[in-house]
Design a protein around this ligand. Structure first.
Ligand SMILES: *[C@@H]1O[C@H](CO)[C@@H](O)[C@H](O)[C@H]1NC(C)=O
Ligand SMILES: *[C@@H]1O[C@H](CO)[C@@H](O)[C@H](O)[C@H]1NC(C)=O
Ligand SMILES: *[C@@H]1O[C@H](CO)[C@@H](O)[C@H](O)[C@H]1NC(C)=O
Length: 590
């Protein structure tokens, strides 16, 4: 034990630049390593996450040793996956003067065991979703629900409450399919400062806390999912007129087992993904491979972003309203990444095995060679959202509201459009409003009711948190979802202020905190950020100048916006209770 501690400590000190998301160098001040998320750009608060050191365990005993090191030396500790997919600071251990340490699961991914008898699959925390579902498929099994992007780790996926889409069975939440976990928690000195706890649904209290834990109970070592015999899906998206969407919504949401919807309000159309289970004997070798998730040349990522920046600078609604149509049409006409036989699209429906159609990715594999700088910069392959390549950079807003309230939300958006037909064009260009469904959860940090997650992207400036061209609309939509419909922010996405008062929105925060006090009484796995999110201490909200465009507050004074650029704090145009940074003609702008 002591020897492995020493080895780990030495190892972590020697790593100079092991991961695209973790930079370690003696030149980094205040700590020896810096953590980025998968954008590889600034965190929402524009402050770096610097940590004292990083551990890269390859096995459970090494994971235990890393946790023991942190607890023994009184370091805050957070576990991160290879690609650090969460947008907010959930992965950052910083807490006052304690920078904390990181445990990366990027090298802890050797075990994926499919047990045919119990119909389960056990995986090490760092196993990637794609690896897990491919291995389960090779034994004839399917993981029913997953995220849409396959570059997440299986433990990070469940711990943030990530989801697919379904109102059938257990619903779209990935954490609902967990049947067991092993978690490394702090322990007394006599116990060696860390120990492994095994959880199953036979102890529902702890297990329902651990299903979605934000990493604050301990370091997840292994997860066990229930799987089903492999099945196929038949996928056939269809574009429809949105004139009576508010009346049809709930029926459409329930109609297809894996259905979701992209709504493009400015185009007055929505794309319903008719996505259903079919027998495995049905002919079809379809695959899903979304162009936007494949590696792109750094130069192409930059070109797209520069176009976006130009259109923002001139508030060019023509640009966005034209591109909203392009984005909408691409969802159906070209197959939108669905390939009938694995190489070409000949028409819907596309039928194929569940694991070939349920999730997609590709560019995450380029992270592995981002630290290899042989190629000229512009030729390098990256994800389209790579910050260093000057790629897409935005906020990801994802807030769930009760299924029964989506119709009313649809009416609100239509009312905004009636006031300003161009209001939604930028959001539609980035993909529109994506509606996915999740059922009421057993997880204490999960949903209280059957919900629809409403997700959209908004432009973010690279240099500092300044208002964007469509700031007021983005903020009004966010506040309608959060306040008018008491929406719950997705825990791994969203701007910081959205996490204020999540207590009443989660199924049972009090019980979650009770379990946390048992598993990590001293809070080594908690940080300033997680304590603020969970309402234990501090605040996710700031009142600094310009806090609203940065997502750090809802404005209540003009200085929270950008009065020098003409953005003042005003009521929303439809939801009057909203307070949004609005560009005014009677401004103090120069
Ligand atoms: C573990 O990660 C390595 C490096 O990314 C990868 O090559 C390997 O396939 C992964 N193994 C499993 C079981 O996921
Ligand atoms: C606005 O966008 C349109 C369509 O892309 C383009 O033709 C036009 O030149 C742009 N206008 C300005 C002022 O940049
Ligand atoms: C980087 O990764 C991508 C995707 O795996 C691969 O196609 C490409 O050849 C790699 N480039 C370099 C320089 O290693």
């Amino acid at each position: 034990m002591f020897l492995s501690l020493l080895l780990l400590a030495t190892l972590s000190g020697e790593i100079s630049s092991a991961e695209a998301t973790i930079e370690c160098a003696s030149s980094i001040s205040g700590g020896s390593c810096e953590l980025h998320n998968y954008f590889r750009g600034p965190w929402p608060d524009r402050k770096p996450c610097r940590v004292a050191r990083v551990f890269f365990p390859t096995s459970e005993p090494e994971l235990v040793a890393a946790v023991a090191f942190a607890v023994r030396h009184k370091h805050k500790v957070k576990v991160v996956s290879k690609n650090v997919h969460s947008h907010n600071k959930i992965a950052c251990p910083n807490d006052g003067s304690n920078p904390g340490v990181l445990i990366s699961t990027s090298k802890y991914n050797s075990t994926v065991v499919v047990d045919e008898k119990s119909m389960t699959v056990i995986a090490d925390a760092g196993v990637g979703l794609r690896e897990l579902i491919d291995q389960a498929a090779s034994k004839g099994f399917a993981l029913v629900q997953t995220t849409f992007w396959d570059g997440v780790s299986v433990s990070g996926m469940v711990s943030t409450g990530a989801h697919g889409s379904s109102l059938w069975g257990l619903g779209g939440g990935t954490h609902e399919y967990l049947v067991g976990m092993r978690i490394v928690v702090p322990a007394s000195q006599e116990e060696g400062f860390a120990k492994v706890v095994t959880l199953t649904d036979r102890e529902p209290e702890s297990f329902n806390a651990a299903r979605i834990s934000l990493g604050v109970l301990g370091a997840v070592s292994q997860v066990t999912f229930a799987v089903e015999p492999m099945f196929k899906r038949s996928v056939a998206p269809v574009a429809m007129d949105d004139a009576s969407l508010e009346e049809e919504y709930v029926d459409l949401a329930r109609r297809h087992e894996f259905g979701d919807m992209y709504w493009f309000p400015s185009v007055k159309k929505f794309v319903l993904k008719r996505d259903d289970r079919v027998p495995v004997t049905r002919t079809g070798e379809g695959v899903f491979t979304l162009a936007g998730f494949k590696p792109v040349k750094a130069s192409a990522a930059k070109r797209a972003r520069l176009d976006d920046e130009r259109a923002q600078a001139t508030v060019n609604s023509t640009y966005y309203c034209e591109n909203a149509h392009v984005t909408m049409r691409s969802k159906v006409s070209s197959g939108s990444g669905y390939l009938n036989d694995g190489s070409s699209f000949t028409g819907f429906p596309v039928v194929g095995f569940n694991h070939k159609l349920q999730t997609t990715g590709g560019c995450q594999y380029t992270y592995e060679n981002l630290t290899n700088l042989e190629l000229p910069e512009a030729e390098r392959l990256v994800c389209a959202w790579d910050f260093n390549a000057h790629g897409f950079f935005g906020f990801d807003v994802s807030i769930s509201i009760a299924l029964s309230q989506v119709s009313s939300f649809i009416r609100d958006v239509k009312a905004i459009l009636a006031r300003d037909p161009t209001a939604m064009c930028a959001i539609d260009t980035y993909g529109g409003l994506w509606l996915r469904n999740v059922r009421a959860s057993r997880a204490y940090l999960g949903e209280k009711r059957d919900v629809t997650h409403v997700e959209f992207f908004a432009f973010n400036h690279r240099d500092s948190a300044r208002p964007q061209a469509y700031e007021a609309i983005m903020e009004e939509l966010e506040q309608i979802l959060l306040f008018k419909y008491d929406g719950m922010p997705h825990l791994g996405k969203n701007r910081p202020h959205t996490f204020k008062n999540i207590r009443s929105k989660t199924r049972n925060l009090a019980k979650f905190l009770e379990v946390r006090r048992k598993m990590d009484p001293d809070g080594w796995f908690s940080s300033e950020w997680s304590d603020a999110v969970l309402g234990i201490r501090g605040s996710v909200v700031s009142s600094s100048d310009g806090c609203a465009p940065g997502g750090l507050c809802v404005c209540s004074e003009d200085r929270h916006c950008a009065p020098e650029e003409g953005y003042l704090c005003k009521p929303g145009i439809v939801y009057k209770e909203a307070r949004v940074c609005t560009k005014t003609s009677h401004s103090t702008a120069k």
